[in-house]
Design a protein around this ligand. Structure first.
Ligand SMILES: *[C@@H]1O[C@H](CO)[C@@H](O)[C@H](O)[C@H]1NC(C)=O
Ligand SMILES: *[C@@H]1O[C@H](CO)[C@@H](O)[C@H](O)[C@H]1NC(C)=O
Ligand SMILES: *[C@@H]1O[C@H](CO)[C@@H](O)[C@H](O)[C@H]1NC(C)=O
Length: 276
């Protein structure tokens, strides 16, 4: 019985001793100097780790350059996009307010291709890549004037053909740093129906000239404008009032255009309907 009564008291006092033992001066089993050593050790240890981290980070950043990406995967294939930015274009010829959003979209996109603006850029050699690996950090930009898009430039015909029911659509290729397409890429659009639809391409044959490649990136290549191809859909009376699906692909080069999973890789599809 006596034993039973002592036990809890003994336990209690050893618990208190564990927190602070007045006899040895230990706090949670360690003396103050032991604790101080532990804190000092961890302070030095973590300080060292932080120092190591900062040093390696700093060394890494020294090897990077804002102008050229250091590591690059296999250069990807670009996606295609259209302007105006609508995949379902409906044109009511007799209602300018209705198709005005398309005209506005084209006009604002072409601002950067303004002839006066582009005249400040370099006149490059057609048919040659414009390699500038050894040039200054800031690369030259090859001229692309909107007037090259002729009937689709919005200059002579400010409605881009929407008023006459033969609308223009611009095809642009997304920018990919370092892309140098092999071959002669051009745009080929087809209407998904039995009889072909007449189309006109600007620049001629829908070509993306080699001189606009490669692109060196936002910082190294400021004011770069990517080449665009304009397609004028030559609708006639009997093509009106039916919705047509048009698919445009980049052909004639090693750029991919038939990926099953990515339907924008090297191609773009849109629907268009013209009513009177
Ligand atoms: C086209 O616009 C005209 C004028 O606003 C209108 O009378 C006509 O119903 C419209 N046609 C269609 C198919 O929406
Ligand atoms: C582009 O050119 C047109 C006329 O040629 C002018 O009205 C317009 O302000 C110019 N835009 C820019 C951004 O220079
Ligand atoms: C465009 O594509 C169509 C359908 O794939 C093909 O029949 C035609 O020959 C192509 N045109 C050119 C110029 O490559």
């Amino acid at each position: 019985m006596a034993n039973k009564e002592e036990k809890p008291e003994g336990k209690d006092s050893s618990w208190k001793d564990f927190i602070y033992n007045p006899r040895t001066g230990e706090f949670i089993g360690r003396t103050a100097s032991s604790w101080a050593l532990i804190f000092l050790f961890y302070l030095v240890f973590y300080g060292f780790l932080a120092g190591m981290f900062s040093l390696t980070m700093w060394v890494m950043l020294q090897t990077l350059n804002d102008y050229t990406p250091k590591y690059r995967d296999r250069v990807a294939s670009p996606g295609l996009m259209i302007r105006p930015k609508y995949f379902d274009i409906e044109v009511n010829r007799s209602n300018p307010q209705q198709y005005n959003k398309y005209v506005q979209g084209l006009e604002s996109f072409l601002q950067q291709y303004n002839d006066t603006l582009q005249e400040q850029n370099t006149v490059c050699t057609e048919g040659d890549y414009y390699m500038q690996e050894n040039n200054e950090l800031v690369k030259n930009v090859c001229q692309f004037k909107r007037s090259q898009l002729r009937q689709c430039s919005g200059l002579a015909d400010t409605n881009f053909g929407y008023a006459e029911g033969q609308p223009c659509v611009l095809i642009k290729m997304n920018r990919i740093i370092g892309l140098v397409p092999r071959g002669d890429p051009y745009i080929n659009c087809t209407a998904k129906r039995d009889t072909p639809l007449q189309m006109q391409y600007f620049p001629s044959e829908g070509r993306f000239d080699k001189m606009y490649f490669p692109y060196y990136g936002k910082k190294a290549h400021p004011n770069y404008v990517q080449p665009v191809v304009a397609v004028k859909l030559l609708f006639s009376e009997q093509d009106y009032n039916t919705q047509l699906t048009i698919e445009c692909r980049v052909e004639g080069s090693d750029l991919r255009n038939n990926d099953e999973r990515d339907k924008f890789l090297g191609r773009v599809t849109f629907r268009i309907q013209v009513t009177k």
